[in-house]
Design a protein around this ligand. Structure first.
Ligand SMILES: NC(=O)c1ccc[n+]([C@@H]2O[C@H](COP(=O)([O-])OP(=O)(O)OC[C@H]3O[C@@H](n4cnc5c(N)ncnc54)[C@H](O)[C@@H]3O)[C@@H](O)[C@H]2O)c1
Length: 220
């Protein structure tokens, strides 16, 4: 397992040890703050961090794990229903996905806006952060590509410390009669609407027991 994969496993655990109700976010960086409040190592970070958190009510701490990097954990103080929760919405550059992302931000969630249209999610994410005062992260993804999905989940976990809500919204429609529909179109729809759902749930589930939702029957 490489350094980033180890960090990806540690970040959600750090978040839950610090705030068992999940109302906290963790950001990871390879290089970091020299003034980390706890210095520990890979073999005993969990014990050290658990002891460090006992009775600790600080809003923010940084822990340095030797050879892995720096984890900054911040407690969420706002009281909206989803404050401190972390959500991914695929296909959120426009349409339903963009509005679901907006709704989640309005409820206080940190939202990862993921789409093939990177310029679209960058603009949307910036707009939502400005309007609702919450952190957002635009991510380029092709949900039918396994490496791309794995990378989307890794970026989410290393930026925010976990994943609580996954909205499997990205999808396409290519409809037609048997005469009109080509095998290529059928396979394209299958890869984006069905295979992608499997890939997203597979990698989202590996990081956390998140809640996954699709927009219509075929997505479940
Ligand atoms: N609009 C409807 O009436 C309707 C009805 C039933 C179900 N749906 C489903 O709801 C979802 C959203 O619909 P919409 O109307 O907002 O769609 P839309 O076409 O407006 O938006 C879909 C978004 O998904 C993105 N996307 C497409 N393929 C992708 C891929 N491989 N990887 C990453 N991103 C990708 C697109 O770039 C786009 O931003 C779709 O799954 C659609 O099939 C829509």
């Amino acid at each position: 397992m490489n350094q980033l994969q180890l960090a990806e496993q540690m970040a959600p655990a750090i978040r839950m040890i610090y705030a068992p109700d999940g109302r906290a976010v963790v950001s990871y960086s390879k290089e970091g703050d020299e003034d980390a409040s706890l210095y520990t190592c890979e073999s005993r970070w969990k014990e050290d961090f658990t002891a460090f958190c006992n009775g600790n009510t600080a809003d923010k701490e940084t822990v340095q794990v030797d050879g892995i990097g720096y984890f900054t954990v911040k407690r969420e103080k706002n009281s909206e229903a989803l404050s401190g929760k972390i959500a991914v919405v695929t296909g959120s550059a426009q349409g339903f996905g963009a509005h679901i992302a907006q709704y989640l931000c309005s409820m206080g969630a940190r939202v990862v806006l993921a789409d093939m249209n990177y310029d679209g999610v960058c603009a949307r994410a910036a707009d939502l952060s400005k309007t609702y005062g919450v952190a957002t992260l635009p991510v380029l993804v092709n949900v039918s590509n396994e490496d791309s999905v794995r990378e989307m989940i890794q970026k989410t976990v290393l930026s925010f410390g976990g994943l609580d809500i996954f909205i499997n919204n990205a999808g396409i429609v290519r409809a037609g009669s048997l005469e009109e529909m080509t095998k290529e179109n059928f396979e394209l729809v299958t890869s984006v609407d069905y295979t992608a759902y499997f890939l997203c749930v597979k990698y989202a589930h590996e990081d956390t027991a998140c809640m996954c939702a699709g927009l219509y029957g075929g997505h479940y």
